[in-house]
Design a protein around this ligand. Sequence first.
Ligand SMILES: C[S@@+](CC[C@H](N)C(=O)[O-])C[C@H]1O[C@@H](n2cnc3c(N)ncnc32)[C@H](O)[C@@H]1O
Length: 268
Amino acid sequence: MRGSEHHRPDTDRSADARVAVPRLSQDDSHWSFYASDHELAKSKRKLDQFLLPLLERLDAHRVLEVGCGSAAFPIWLRDLGYEAFGVDPALRPVITDQYSYLASTDGGHLPHEDRLFDLVYSLEVIEHVGARFRARELASDVRQQRAEFVAELCRVSARYVFIATPNRLFPADEHAQDRRGRHGFRLHSPFEGFTVSASDLEALFAPNGFKLASFESAEGYYALERVRRVFGRPGEMVSRTLLNMSSVPWLAKSPLSPHLFVLFERDQ
Ligand SMILES: C[S@@+](CC[C@H](N)C(=O)[O-])C[C@H]1O[C@@H](n2cnc3c(N)ncnc32)[C@H](O)[C@@H]1O
């Protein structure tokens, strides 16, 4: 089933689906907060305002999310008729046993066959591959781990791979925690190894026969509640302006753009 008329978000059905998202992450996982009602409500908004419009535009029906966190997107997308799959190393095996389309694995070892998906997408994940932000540790083979991660995403995609990640060239990202464990902002050098730039991504994708297709808009992606908490309404306005630059190629490649939303397309 292809064609956008089948995939329009149906708010009533999506709201029902939200209730159906179980606690999928291991309880001791650093990421288990993604399964809270608050985070799920934010994810629901992101689904309607960011992800569904992207899938419609790309006419993508069979899709894989790598690093799917709470797995809310694959579950909701299934409910809307998509052939959606998700993998995340923090998913509880007891749950993945019940959901044949979810797998507890990392992006470097995907259990799917070559060129199975119209679109493979990975949101806020690549910067964690080979990295432990809180311990400020990078694996000695971080480059190789990221190369293998990207190679796997490309291997299983027939058409597109989409990546959202903080821009290394912008001097701040969202990987700090305050004393109460709340997420906040971290200043970083443009030469550090945790985050990546658009050029880093292009260099990772090129050997796999994928070329940069577009820089996408951040519209609908962010609730910006951390920005509001730390910098107030003026900060939110500045952030929205900066984020709107994400779709202008020369700005997206510059230190002015805080976040990358990059679509790669199979070239060969
Ligand atoms: C910041 S969270 C993002 C979760 C979700 N994509 C979102 O945007 O809400 C990072 C996620 O990446 C997962 N992750 C970390 N390393 C990974 C890897 N090598 N392959 C796939 N997922 C990974 C974590 O378990 C976690 O769920």
